[in-house]
Design a protein around this ligand. Structure first.
Ligand code: ZN
Length: 68
């Protein structure tokens, strides 16, 4: 995924330019869906807040059952 135009980090307002690393965050909470972009520093902070690693992420999210 690449950016076509600059965006501001939702959390700290750091400018994210096309070609730079960033995080696309897609969250579903009781109030609805949140789709936002974070700079790498804020993405790291989010990981620490959620206490997840790459390995743990798959374990936390149950597999979707589309067969119903
Ligand atoms: Zn940020």
């Amino acid at each position: 995924m690449t950016l076509r135009q600059p965006h501001d980090c939702t959390r700290c307002d750091a400018r994210i330019h096309p070609g730079e690393e960033f995080a696309a965050v897609d969250v579903l909470d009781p109030d609805g869906e949140i789709q936002t972009l974070l700079c790498p520093a804020c993405a790291t902070a989010l990981r620490e807040f959620l206490d997840v690693s790459d390995d743990a992420a798959d374990a936390v999210i149950p597999e979707r059952d589309d067969s119903v």
